[in-house]
Design a binder for this molecule. Sequence first.
Ligand code: 5GP
Length: 192
Amino acid sequence: MKLFVVTGPSGAGKGTLIRGLIGRRDDLEVAISATTRPQRPGEEDGRDYYFLSEAEFLARIEAGDFLEHVVYVSGQRYGTLRSEVARIHAADKSVVLELETKGARAVRDAEPAAVTIFIAPPSFDELERRLRDRATESSGEIDERLELAREQMREVDDFDYVVLNDDVERAVTELDAIVTREAAGVGRLSAT
Ligand code: 5GP
């Protein structure tokens, strides 16, 4: 049982690739994060996120319930619940975390055996187009996410693997191969 961390800038397509990967494999499950950001149309509490109030989130930090937690754009909090990781491992499955880069680095430091995968968008223009097309945030918030994405792109070398999301099917196939390789204990391609 492994811990896979999928990271990269908002709009790189992490969620889409993870859904594709999970669709191909029954030995993986995504940990549901907690957040204080508002629920988007179509999202469900307990499926997409556990949507918490600021007070609830702070109480869970105090209780030591998070493996990592961060403050992201507009002061919104996101965090990985230890209980989610435990639930998935208890089902004999490997865990997939979808995290922005700060949380990904925190998990990498706390759990050195974690496998970290950076999803890169094909270009910055494409990333901007995806974020604006999604149109679920205000333009100010999108600008904030883009600014952060520029910084996050510079962190690409901090992670074990980089997968370019130029084509969803191709990128999912590459992710699938990484998981197979790591699950078999073969390790990094660079280490061979
Ligand atoms: P969104 O608001 O678009 O759902 O997520 C914003 C960013 O937060 C995305 O890059 C997403 O991967 C990241 N994220 C989601 N859950 C967590 C979490 O539990 N911890 C951290 N550090 N980042 C998260």
